[in-house]
Design a protein around this ligand. Sequence first.
Ligand code: PMT
Length: 406
Amino acid sequence: MLNGKTIVLGVTGGIAAYKAASLCSKLVQKGADVHVIMTSSAKEFITEMTLQVLSKNAVFSDTFDERDPSVVNHIRLADAADLVLIAPATANMIAKMAHGLADDMLSTTLLATMAPVMIAPAMNVHMYGHPAVQENMKTLERRGVMMIEPGEGLLACGYVGKGRMEEPESIVAVVERFFAEKEDDGAKLLEGKKVIVTSGGTIERIDPVRYITNDSSGKMGFALAKAAQQMGATVHLIHGHTDSPPPAGIDAEAVQSAEDMYEAVLRHWQDSDLVIKAAAVADYRPAETASSKIKKKGDTMTLELVKTVDILEQLGKSKTNQFLIGFAAETHQVEAFAKDKLVRKNCDLIVANDVTAEGAGFRSDTNIVQVYDAGGLVEQMPVMSKDEVARRLLTIAARRMNGEAN
Ligand code: PMT
């Protein structure tokens, strides 16, 4: 519920502005105090009166329309906001935000606010994919602006593709989750807990210059390590091959092979409260690692592979009080395979990701996961940044570890 929360709702000029009416109404029904700021182009699509009636507050669009000399409205709104939500956010507004322009009431308020900012982009599929828009969005993400990714489908312009503003119900759910997690953060749900996170891909050597690995970038595990630390845990991150260095300020240990990762995990296992195996661990390794470079000979070559140790399965067998979370990277029969791993590896939770889905799995900044326990589906998460997935997953785990419901 959003009781007591002040939300500044920015509405910019795209056809999805009509959905702002429903969004505004739903936020108010949830108890939020909603103050709408419209751009002049938004008023081409929806009237101020509609949003004024639904929000039960005056709607602002002109920075210079200051009727009360005792207040400066864009500063008052900027200071009052617990959240600034821009829905829809046009390519133009995203560009203004990225470059710090302040030439209307909304962009001026955005520069003045210290509140968190969330945007729901909506535009034509080609505009959305344009490098300028993508770069502007990356800039905003780096500054901590939260993105509510647009959906795919038939767009008002006639194209089919990505660019449709997320539905109001889903935006409200994201907003509610944001406030719920902020409260959880304050409570430091993992205070005093020791957490091991594994991340990245293992490297199984063939010879001194060749190896077997996989596409894991380490992003999912890094996000988990950061989130666990923010939630008060003492974190030990054990990572294989990754695309970037581990996050600053995290106690991190680099390993190569599945065997190395197993040994590293075992050194911390007895002391740990929560272990999350987000690493993509090789199932097989070369039976022998050649000590010098294997020279080219015939037209074919056979490499004998042998099974690696299944770290998660071993932990599942020896666990005492530890809470164990596995990941399942699947390309088909996602639910069935994930549930099988949950049982076979004796996990408390398994996080399934269909790594063939756009916006999910290896290397992407987002993921789409389903969390299962022995009773079945715990939560189906929509496409979310890996940081958000991490926080939500850890919240579920922490509550269960503390004997609470999700
Ligand atoms: O690193 P990113 O680019 O951000 O990508 C994230 C991810 C796709 C790697 C991550 O979300 C993910 O799914 N990680 C698990 C990948 C994997 O190895 O899945 P699996 O279904 O093969 O293994 C199931 C579980 O057993 C995993 O927790 C794995 O760590 C563990 N395992 C597997 C084999 C093995 N020998 N030992 C293990 O511990």
